[in-house]
Design a protein around this ligand. Structure first.
Ligand code: TXA
Ligand code: MG
Length: 319
């Protein structure tokens, strides 16, 4: 019996399985089964007002879950799926309320990792799956990260290597008058705009905790994070030697090299995104007093990186 066979059996029996995706690892359960989905919230310590994404194997399998797939939705999914795009659409009664936190809209996506696509094609239900981390913590981009935080709560972690994209999917809400980005992610705003031939708005932040997907304080590596716009503009006396630095493309020469990481030597934003969460974890393992993180150019996947850094910096720490 392969791990994939076991995953099929466990999910059919209402158990949790961690799955690889191209963005980050997910903690999956049968999306039609409210009992199974409740286990996700319990394992992650996730508040019930934060709804989940349903993962499908292809466009056809969405049928029955959303009310009349708008033309714009099928065009976007045909173009960008499988891939890091999540659409928010009007849901049908088939979707349990626990998945959507009682809202009448549901988030759907077709992930592109081959193992998870195979898994989905063997199931006759979609997978509800948030990122496979404890609530409020950094998202996992490799199976070891899942093991660390959820190893004792999940029956199986499907091994799928390092997530290629490294930041979560872009969430686009199609239920309003105009498409609206709710979360910057692995598909850039520019690519969506080029395809739609129009500018789109983003509303990725809200002070109301009831607004899903927009919680200000998130992605905590366990240590305070402070942002800086250019590592080299910061004077050395603002750091202490107990700190650590996450640079974009070059090391500081006046700070211990072993307490610094760079996201992309060549300044490539896609590479930087793929290394972001693992780098925050690696620096966190040094038990720094503070992690100084350099923001990156605000374009392409840079928007998703800056968004995650901003939220990591907004988390409060008892010490
Ligand atoms: O890349 C990803 O999207 C990963 C992988 C595993 O697919 N999943 C992921 O899930 O990041 P999660 O639960 O960590 O983040 C999903 C976000 C949440 O912040 C949630 O509030 C928002 O999507 N969301 C889910 N359903 C929604 C809805 N109906 N309306 C608005 N936002 C929604
Ligand atoms: Mg998450």
């Amino acid at each position: 019996m392969t791990d994939l066979d076991r995953a099929v059996e466990l999910l059919q029996a209402g158990e949790l399985v961690a799955i690889p995706t191209e963005t980050v690892y997910g903690l999956a359960a049968n999306g039609n089964d409210a009992h199974a989905v409740a286990k996700i919230f319990a394992a992650k310590n996730r508040p019930s007002f934060d709804p989940l994404i349903l993962h499908f194997s292809d466009l056809d399998s969405l049928e029955g879950y959303v009310l009349n797939l708008p033309e714009l939705a099928s065009a976007l999914l045909s173009k960008f799926s499988p891939g890091p795009l999540t659409l928010v659409l009007k849901k049908s009664d088939k979707v349990p309320d626990i998945v959507t936190s009682g809202m009448d809209k549901v988030a759907v996506r077709i992930p592109s990792h081959p193992i998870t696509l195979q898994l989905l094609s063997r199931l006759n239900f979609p997978l509800a799956a948030p990122s496979a981390n404890l609530f409020g913590k950094t998202s996992p981009t490799q199976p070891e990260h899942v093991q660390e935080q959820l190893g004792d709560k999940v029956s199986l972690i499907l091994q799928g290597g390092v997530s290629e994209v490294g930041v979560e999917s872009t969430i686009l809400d199609l239920t309003g008058e105009e498409p609206l980005i709710l979360r910057y992610g692995g598909l850039s705003q520019e690519r969506i705009e080029d395809f739609l031939k129009t500018k789109i708005q983003a509303k990725t932040s809200s002070s109301k905790p009831s607004a899903p997907g927009m919680i200000e304080a998130h992605y905590s590596p366990g240590y305070p994070v402070k942002l800086m716009s250019d590592s080299n503009n910061l004077k050395l006396d603002e750091f202490t030697l107990d700190d650590a630095i996450l640079n974009f493309s070059s090391y500081r020469s006046d700070f211990p090299r072993e307490r610094q990481l760079i996201l992309s030597k060549g300044g490539d934003l896609n590479e930087a995104a793929s290394k972001l969460f693992a780098s925050l974890r690696e620096l966190g393992a040094l038990k720094p007093k503070c992690i100084w993180a350099e923001t990156v150019p605000h374009k392409g996947l840079g928007r998703a990186i800056n968004d995650r850094l901003k939220r990591a910096a907004a988390t409060s720490h008892p010490g």
